[in-house]
Design a protein around this ligand. Structure first.
Ligand SMILES: NC(=O)c1ccc[n+]([C@@H]2O[C@H](COP(=O)([O-])OP(=O)(O)OC[C@H]3O[C@@H](n4cnc5c(N)ncnc54)[C@H](OP(=O)(O)O)[C@@H]3O)[C@@H](O)[C@H]2O)c1
Length: 336
């Protein structure tokens, strides 16, 4: 993708919360230039370009009628960063891949295995935006998890993960509760718990169960999304996952790795702070120590790896992620 000299010219698709937060970070990532911004209206794209750091000089584009299409030029685009509502991710990724544009799509890339298979069939390069897994704190947690009997916590027995944020209060973004836009706890937050457990163990689930309760329908909708979900899984090595995600409850987010000799606890696995670093508390044989893991923005690492075509997980990883999402949603009775 990158020739090592010429920066990759990106189009940021969508101008919502995450596009506003991440565009300045994309612009400061090595080998990346924000060349275009695409929105449902050209005025919105222009406003975004005028006000968001790192977007100045980008070309405003309008989202076209069909997925993957823009009105207003796009000749110099090398890659797309999709920040659209979840429902649009698979269609847009596939359409862009068919046009030969590499895609980094915000999570969740897909929620059914066949959607990722269709992406693979297009050829080309695509990745799912689990930026947190690109931060050094995830690398360190994986190291601890795989340390074995003589490692910091002994042999890993259980991964616990919690990602609960109340999205039912009025000022939270409506798409999270929307069935129309494929919101819900699994799509918004549970996907992080599953991907984290798969990342640290390096294994695929042998067994996976999800149960929970539905959220009240979003305003103007009838169908419901999953509101709070409890996930229980088991990997072939015997390690268990116990996770909870919710868009209705507010709880401290964390992961806990439980081993035969102790445990590691981290409150910042999903969004590690750039300035202070992420503390990991390790308790072994009753003795507690804290290590602080610093690293560049998880988003910077994600974009720079994408430019270098460097993967931190094996081929087929996105397909498995979609499969486990599909399994959970099926058990919850939620269908998109
Ligand atoms: N990795 C992370 O840390 C992280 C954090 C938050 C969200 N996300 C993911 O990023 C994606 C976007 O989340 P967000 O919080 O940025 O959402 P958002 O604020 O609702 O933004 C989505 C944008 O998509 C565009 N869009 C195009 N067609 C649309 C339609 N029919 N309805 C609504 N919007 C439409 C809109 O931009 P225009 O008005 O310009 O068309 C809108 O601003 C989600 O998939 C979410 O899971 C990731």
């Amino acid at each position: 993708m990158s020739n090592g000299e010429k920066p990759m010219h990106w189009v940021v698709i969508g101008t919502g919360a995450i596009a506003q937060k991440v565009t300045p970070v994309l612009a400061r990532s090595r080998g990346c230039t924000v060349a275009a911004v695409a929105s449902r209206t050209i005025e919105r794209a222009q406003e975004f370009i005028a006000t968001i750091e790192g977007a100045q000089g980008a070309e405003p584009l309008m989202l076209g009628e069909a997925p993957g299409m823009f009105d207003g030029g796009q000749e110099n685009i090398d890659a797309a960063y999709i920040t659209l509502p979840n429902r649009m991710h698979p269609e847009w990724t596939i359409a862009l891949l068919k046009r030969g544009v590499p895609v980094l799509c915000e999570k969740p890339l897909a929620w059914r295995e066949d959607q990722v298979q269709a992406m693979v069939a297009c050829g080309g390069c695509f990745a799912e935006g689990f930026m947190n897994l690109h931060h050094s704190v995830s690398a360190r947690l994986r190291e601890i998890a795989r340390g074995g009997e003589h490692g910091p916590i002994g042999a890993l027995v259980e991964v616990r993960a919690n990602r609960c944020t109340n999205m039912t209060v009025p000022d939270r973004i409506a798409t999270r509760r929307s069935h129309t836009w494929a919101g819900g706890a699994m799509m918004d937050l549970g996907c992080y718990c599953l991907s984290f457990a798969r990342f640290v163990t390096g294994e695929e689930f042998a067994d996976l169960r999800a149960h929970g309760e539905l959220a009240p329908p979003a305003p103007g909708e009838i169908k419901q999304v999953d509101g709070t979900v409890h996930i229980e899984g088991e990997f072939p090595c015997g390690v268990r996952l116990r996770a909870k995600c919710s868009i209705m409850e507010q709880e401290p987010t964390h992961v806990r790795l439980i081993g035969t000799r102790g445990e590691a606890y981290c409150e910042w696995p999903w969004n590690p702070p750039e300035d202070t670093g992420a503390p990991i508390e390790v308790t072994r044989d009753g003795k507690k120590t804290t290590e602080v893991v610093k690293g560049d923005s998880a988003f910077v690492s994600q974009f720079e790896r994408f430019v270098r075509q460097e993967r931190i997980w094996p081929e087929g990883w996105e397909e498995h992620q979609a499969r486990v999402m599909e399994t959970c949603l099926e058990q919850l009775g939620v269908q998109y």
